[in-house]
Design a protein around this ligand. Sequence first.
Ligand code: 4AD
Ligand code: MG
Length: 477
Amino acid sequence: MTQINVAEILAKGKVLQEITINGWVRTFRSNRFIALNDGSTIHNIQCVIDFENTPEEILKRITTGAAICVKGILAESQGKGQSVEIQVAEIEILGDSNADEYPIQPKKHSFEFLRENAHLRVRTNTFSAVMRVRSKLSFAVHKYFQENGFNYVNTPIVTGSDAEGAGEMFRVTSFEDNKAPVTEEGKIDYSKDFFGKETNLTVSGQLEAETYAMGLGKVYTFGPTFRAENSNTTRHLAEFWMIEPEVAFMDLDGNMDLAEDFIKNVLGDVLENCKDDLEFLDQRLSQEEKSKPQAERSEMGLIEKLKFVTENNFKRVSYTEAIDILRNSKPNKKKKFQYLINEWGADLQSEHERYLVEKHFKCPVILFDYPANIKAFYMRLNEDGKTVRAMDVLFPGIGEMVGGAQREERYDVLLEKMKAMNIDEKELWWYLDLRKFGTAVHAGFGLGFERLVQFTTGMANIRDVIPFPRTPQNAEF
Ligand code: 4AD
Ligand code: MG
């Protein structure tokens, strides 16, 4: 007998073929019909039991969540809802599931409840679809870069440098509780710690990626990133995965082209390769939208939205233009924004980003040339002396998907900027070295992978697109 999975059976199974299949029972009705799922596809396969010849003992153990092995013949289905089914000859219970205790019942559960059962939630339709799409998306990310001449670089997770200079880092230490040695000034003496210096979990691989771009030309990272900010939003995680391409001899225009082409490409890839899961998620989302008031409902379905992004140009708008639009906008004039936009130089909050994307332009927007003092030290200063070559890609429903910049490649300008922003030049001696030895125009960006998965799957909360979310007060599992 051949051992194949449900996806293969539905794609190319032949009637009368003998089949052995393992999976988990989703439902069992009329003591006859098992809906079996093995994770290979959103679809279950119906297994029909000859209940008169199946011992009562076995029938009782076919419960939701149980792992079973079924042997039988593939047949054209007699009933509605599926084209083929398995007529079961033999059934073996591999792992029982106590129906009274199993949390994942065949009914609608709230996402909050499922988060508490994150070890089991992948057995639901929604989470299995999301996680299959996540997997395909991550493959598409590698495929895009590998096919376009980029080298995959693994930057360190434990780092002695702070890329964003924002101080939202998780400390890494091997000092035991209350036993950390202190200096004469009474501060913790990190020179005696494991690495001989203060170390943290990385907030971005960018600075190290830059060193590799200046030798390999085109590189990308794709790895875990950590931020200790106390953000309890639907778009923030304390541990998330970031994709960071970095390219030598590329300026900000090239960077915007790369970000747009990259996003369109990976979305195009999943539209092609995750049809069943996206259709399911599309329907799920439209059900959810129906429960919202008319005014808040999305104008487009999920697949429609993904196609819209792949088929239309992102709107490129300078920070200065954006401020003009916001200053004259209705919510600003009617004082509906929590943070009113009065003058050039204001940092944009997510309410402003969402207004631009969702109300004004109604498409992804790339904002560029931000005021220098609201952006990181490494961004290239423009001729005007007050803006930097920064870019953010903003997405409907998500807000900031990408943050990037053309980097400051001029040694003197960078050094001055670091001094002004209190960045320790001794810590970043190696970063400054890049500007001393063969410096070149270069640029890159960071894309939060979970935000991309959120957009692709239509999930409202970022905690529902990563297997085990890490957020303030929560590191279960
Ligand atoms: O804008 P950010 O902070 O940029 C950087 O870290 C740069 N060093 C990247 C670079 O140029 N190589 O972060 C980049 C992206 C954001 O646009 C957002 O999508 C995501 O990372 N991100 C988060 N995603 C989930 N949870 C968080 N707490 C995130 N913080 C940032
Ligand atoms: Mg940012």
